[in-house]
Design a protein around this ligand. Sequence first.
Ligand SMILES: Cc1ncc(C[n+]2csc(CCOP(=O)(O)OP(=O)(O)O)c2C)c(N)n1
Ligand SMILES: CC(=O)[C@@H](O)[C@H](O)COP(=O)(O)O
Ligand SMILES: [Mg+2]
Length: 641
Amino acid sequence: MVDILQTPLLDTVNIPADLRTLAPTQLRQLADELRQETIAAVGVTGGHLGSGLGVVELTVAIHYVFDTPNDKLVWDVGHQCYPHKILTGRRERIRTLRMGGGLSGFTKRSESEYDPFGAAHSSTSISAALGFGVANKIADKPGKGIAVIGDGAMSAGMAYEAMNNAAQAGNRLVVILNDNDMSIAPPVGGLSAYLSRIVSSREFLGLRDLAKRVAKKLPRPIAAGMRKTDEFARGMAMGGTLFEELGFYYVGPIDGHNLDQLIPVLENVRDAEEGPILVHVVTKKGKGYAPAEAAADKYHGVQKFDVISGVQTKAPPGPPQYQNVFGAQLSKEAETDPLICAITAAMPSGTGLDAFAKAHPERFFDVGIAEQHAVTFAAGLAAQGMRPFCAIYSTFLQRAYDQVVHDVCIQNLPVRFAIDRAGLVGADGATHAGSFDVAYLATLPNMVVMAPADEAELVHMTHTAILHDSGPIAVRYPRGNGTGVELPETPEQLEIGKGRIVRQGHKVAILSLGTRLGEALRAAEALEAKGLSTTVADLRFAKPLDEELIRKLLTTHEVAVTIEEGAVGGLGAHVLTFASDTGLIDAGLKLRTMRLPDIFQDQDKPELQYAQAGLDAEAIVETVLKALRHNSGGVVEGARA
Ligand SMILES: Cc1ncc(C[n+]2csc(CCOP(=O)(O)OP(=O)(O)O)c2C)c(N)n1
Ligand SMILES: CC(=O)[C@@H](O)[C@H](O)COP(=O)(O)O
Ligand SMILES: [Mg+2]
């Protein structure tokens, strides 16, 4: 395996133009070196590995054949883009992947002209590539849009919305379907089965007849003398496919690790006069690195690891992760409650539902990457009397907002939302931060929004959600480990809209929502040391607000500060609205809201992200002291604080 890294050919390639000076016979070696470099880099940084290893040859072939960056290459999700980054001028920084100040783990427009479109959420690539292709067509400029989309990402509705429109791009759009028969977990559903049928029922295109068959299939000058009608081309050689029905020329399946096949096929595709074209490429996730190929998840996402053994750095033992506390509690309660069912959109382990899937397979649904469908499916289940839990990361639930509003809230259906990765998430950065869910959910009539301060509270809130049959309810909790509190044997049903006082004082009140409670308590200690007696309340609910408790806190303390792990529009906004509606702010109350700043924060360690966001104990103390210094008649200096 990779020992001392020797990359003589890769060392000569800084950008794709360098790559294009190589002879086709050199590309195999280049791909091998690129694979080694990718493994070595991710060994140091951790990150998404298996997907990138599977597209090493594809990355080399695309940059070799197409005229990037004039042809616009759009990687779906972008989690497979590390080899692409190495070939596009970023090799020197590749060992900073996903670190504070380092390269993003996804494609990012601000990073490179070779990343024409940023991503991290799936299934956007065909739409974006179509946009590039059509814009160039209108302007009569050269340049195609090239989307590389995985079989998992191909399960989302957006991909079909784009394909439904793709004909207008003509030959300006190329879609490369990277079929590795894997999502994060094994892929699910009819499309996955369909792709498997195509692959198993057909031989890979062989080298000997490849050029002939592709030339026949794609009308272009070299096929002169052959029939060039659409009927001939579309029905040719490999028969109709779903993609052909949608108006694509389908080419495939192709062995995506065989450069001798990839290069001529892509050259034909590049030069075709007709389109759009879909190239079905079959690859192996984790290809070329034995530990990845052998792992159940194909090293989708890894910690730092030892390159020789593949052994990943273990996280130090700690409290259970929130996702697993949720999954275990739901699974346990489902033993005695046959109405509970659980839905994930392709994230069974990330949401902690793998435990549930094992224990209750008949009530577990992995719907693939299809968050919108997941929500409306849950609404249907709820309308029929089930108790569905839709477990979706905060950032991915954004995609299903209309379904939450229209299918769930307007009909007041008791769908339970388990919203994981709420707040800042660390290495995945802005695209994956769960910054907006409180703002977008707590504004909806009928919705209940809870946030536990620790994992014991999450147990109570999961139980409370199960029993909440009168309408929709959401519980949002962060990525990572709990605080280490003891988990309750018997969960409590919390009273909806009731918070709790965690620490009683009389001058300063900190109103906390979620897991900032620990920082609020640390701040209270520091304030106490300065002679400022401090109350800390855990509001538990962003909606409905505990108006009685809030009124009491705002009328009995000189300064009140709200704190939450979310953007403006969340708890603080609702408390301010309440204080304004009731006239409580007219009485000279010093009320401040602490929330995420109005920026998309780049990746870093979560604790540093929160410090940068001004949401740690030190920032709370500073906010309180500033408020106390402030004379209510004047203008606040440094307005936010
Ligand atoms: C909208 C959305 N939902 C879920 C995810 C999480 N996610 C990232 S990669 C991935 C699997 C994608 O599978 P595929 O497209 O086949 O790519 P592969 O990992 O196999 O290379 C999932 C579910 C996401 N990024 N975006
Ligand atoms: C690319 C992607 O969307 C996922 O792989 C995501 O990075 C997983 O995040 P967690 O590690 O928080 O489950
Ligand atoms: Mg896949």
